[in-house]
Design a binder for this molecule. Structure first.
Ligand code: GLU
Length: 425
């Protein structure tokens, strides 16, 4: 039977499927493997009744998708955002599958989330929502089955609520059930900065291999949350010049460079944790979207999906785009920037430092023995560097774009595992 290709109205899922089918065809993947790998193994939809502070009850919708467990337990974060739905979790779960495969860590991929606007929720409401979510997905999560982590609008506090709820339900501590916990509660030193450190490692290796001096190289970072800020801090340590940053409050551009430590201090001191009111020498406040099209060598979109799209792609002036977020360049934009000769380092390579860091945290949880931050980075940076060159070399050798090369490498490892593990007789 010829493969019946799946399609979707959801832009993230249709992109994920298009990328998968394109790579599968090019590598001559067997039809049965195409069928198996183009759909999630398991999807769970949950309803979440939450008592709000005013005493009323609101029912939220939540999801957990285990896209693949061929290489190990499903791994991937859960996010709180109004756009969350089943298809988005499916798409992001497939991306996690390729990310973990490419990273060479013993995990499959998954993703989850709750459709909500967290800025409208109080802390106690968020806690009740998170604990209800944990209880509803409890039957399918575990340190050897599915290990959630932080994602958009979730962090250490949500992870602790999640772990605590499951631990209470099971009557035993379950530290390895979730990663991204605070250092004081079974988390790992280094995990918080890991995604940003990984993005910075990719940027620096890319510049090196392209013969561009990292010292003084100009970088723009769109999104100044956990990923963007740690990427910026790591890059300035190596001498790169961050000429632009942005967040929900707008863009901040200074051709002479921004003092990133001051920007981070400003955000930390601001109760809203934004760049609002940030000032510095030569700093121009511009529209948030306009930061993407300023003069720079590297553009690192580290916020949400779809930032670089058909509307702005033609105006991008960067020579390189390194995707810190998941899916920040749409397929149309990918074509446009490709024609302009801009090289794109894909998300599931560039931002894999987060999940590699999660793997380190899980290993420490299983052993009950903790590493220093030096040990952590000592292991993270060589893995990121190796993964970067594996994709880079493949892309050079076979004349492929980095994204396609990354898909080909990642799909092969999962497909080989599915083939060897087989189906039931
Ligand atoms: N949410 C992060 C990602 O998309 C981290 C996932 C994890 O550590 O499991 O890669």
């Amino acid at each position: 039977m010829p493969v019946k290709k799946r399609t979707s109205q959801n832009i993230l899922l249709s992109t994920a499927l298009e990328n998968f089918y394109g790579a599968a065809e090019e590598m001559g993947l067997d039809d049965d493997l195409v069928e198996i790998l183009s759909r999630p193994e398991r999807s769970l939809c949950v309803s979440l009744p939450v008592t709000m502070d005013d005493g009323s009850i609101r029912v939220f919708e939540g999801y957990r998708v285990q896209y693949s467990t061929a290489l190990g337990p499903a791994k991937g974060g859960f996010r709180y955002h109004p756009n969350v739905d089943l298809e988005e979790c499916e798409a992001l779960g497939s991306l996690m599958t390729w990310k973990c495969s490419l990273a060479g860590i013993p995990y499959g991929g998954g993703k989850g989330g709750i459709s909500c606007d967290p800025s409208e929720l109080s802390m106690p409401e968020k806690e009740r929502l998170t604990r209800t979510f944990a209880a509803r997905v409890a039957p399918i999560v575990g340190e050897w089955t599915d290990i959630p982590a932080p994602d958009v609008n979730t962090g250490a506090q949500e992870m602790v609520w999640f772990m605590d709820t499951i631990s209470k339900m099971r009557g035993r501590l379950e530290p390895g059930i979730v990663t991204g916990k605070p250092v004081s509660i079974w988390g790992s030193r280094g995990r918080n900065a890991a995604t940003g450190v990984g993005v910075a490692t990719c940027v620096m290796e890319l510049l090196k291999t392209e013969g561009v001096d990292v010292k003084g190289a100009r970088v723009i970072i769109q999104g100044f949350g956990n990923v963007g800020s740690h990427a910026a801090l790591t890059m300035v340590k190596s001498g790169a010049k961050i000429v632009g940053v942005s967040d929900v409050t707008g863009g901040y551009y200074a051709p002479g460079g921004i003092d990133i430590r001051k920007a981070v201090e400003h955000v930390n001191a601001n109760p809203k944790k934004t760049l609002e009111g940030f000032k510095g020498p030569g700093l121009n406040k511009i529209d948030g979207d306009d930061i993407l099209t300023q003069e720079t060598d590297v553009l690192a979109p580290c916020a949400l999906e779809g930032a670089v799209n058909a509307k702005n792609a033609a105006n991008i002036k960067a020579r390189y785009i390194v995707e810190g977020a998941n899916g920040p360049v749409t397929p149309e934009a990918d074509e446009i920037v490709g024609e302009k000769g801009i090289m794109v380092v894909p998300d599931f390579l560039a931002n894999s430092g987060g999940v590699i860091g999660s793997y380190f945290e899980w290993v420490q949880n299983l052993n009950g023995f903790f590493w220093t931050e030096e040990e952590y980075n000592h292991r993270l940076i060589p893995i990121m560097t190796d993964n970067f060159y594996r994709v880079w070399n493949y892309s050079r050798e076979y004349g492929e774009k980095m994204r396609r090369a990354a898909f080909l490498v990642a799909i092969k490892r999962v497909a080989d595992a599915v083939k060897m593990r087989g189906t039931f007789l």
